[in-house]
Design a protein around this ligand. Structure first.
Ligand SMILES: [Zn+2]
Ligand SMILES: [Zn+2]
Ligand SMILES: [Zn+2]
Length: 164
């Protein structure tokens, strides 16, 4: 049977997951690899508290690994496309997706935000479809089709000047 946290993971409701984890929720159906992705997502988001609680509960079957440590060490800005620290010249091992519509590799952060698959098949928003590739070395190409990474660079490096 699905736990509350399992349902939040299934629907990719990351804010919901954060609240549930703080309230002591754990995963059953999605323990292991899916929880591991959630752990990466929480750290990329900058939520160290939820990440630690998720790690501590043995039911979730998640462990710290080298990929996670490398990401934590290299990330610069919370909740931003991983292209901000892992670009063409320095690809990093991370959870990556591929969009079958625009043929781009998409990072974990973008898979939740700018590049997410719409659950509503008939919506006009249904323009991306992601397939999980794995925890592999690479970089996010999402910025080629949207402005996620570029906007972020502008905000940080150019003090919020408009990005053309
Ligand atoms: Zn990205
Ligand atoms: Zn993006
Ligand atoms: Zn796409």
């Amino acid at each position: 049977m699905h736990t509350e946290l399992d349902l939040a993971i299934m629907r990719r409701h990351v804010d919901c997951s954060r609240l549930l984890i703080r309230a002591g929720a754990f995963s059953r159906v999605f323990a292991g690899p899916m929880c591991e992705q959630l752990l990466h997502r929480l750290l990329l988001l900058g939520d160290g508290i939820a990440a630690e609680l998720l790690l501590r509960n043995e039911a979730n079957q998640v462990h710290v690994n080298k990929v996670l440590l490398d990401i934590t060490k290299n990330m610069k800005y919370p909740d931003s496309c991983t292209f901000t620290f892992a670009g063409y010249h320095n690809p990093m091992a991370q959870h990556l997706y591929e969009c079958v519509i625009c043929h781009q590799t998409v990072c974990l952060v973008c898979s939740y935000k700018c590049h997410r698959t719409s659950p509503w098949k008939h919506s006009v928003q249904h323009k991306h479809h992601l397939v999980y590739v794995g925890r592999v070395k690479g970089y996010c190409g999402c910025h080629k089709v949207c402005v996620c990474a570029r906007v972020h660079f502008c905000e940080i490096l150019f003090f919020s000047l408009p990005c053309e």
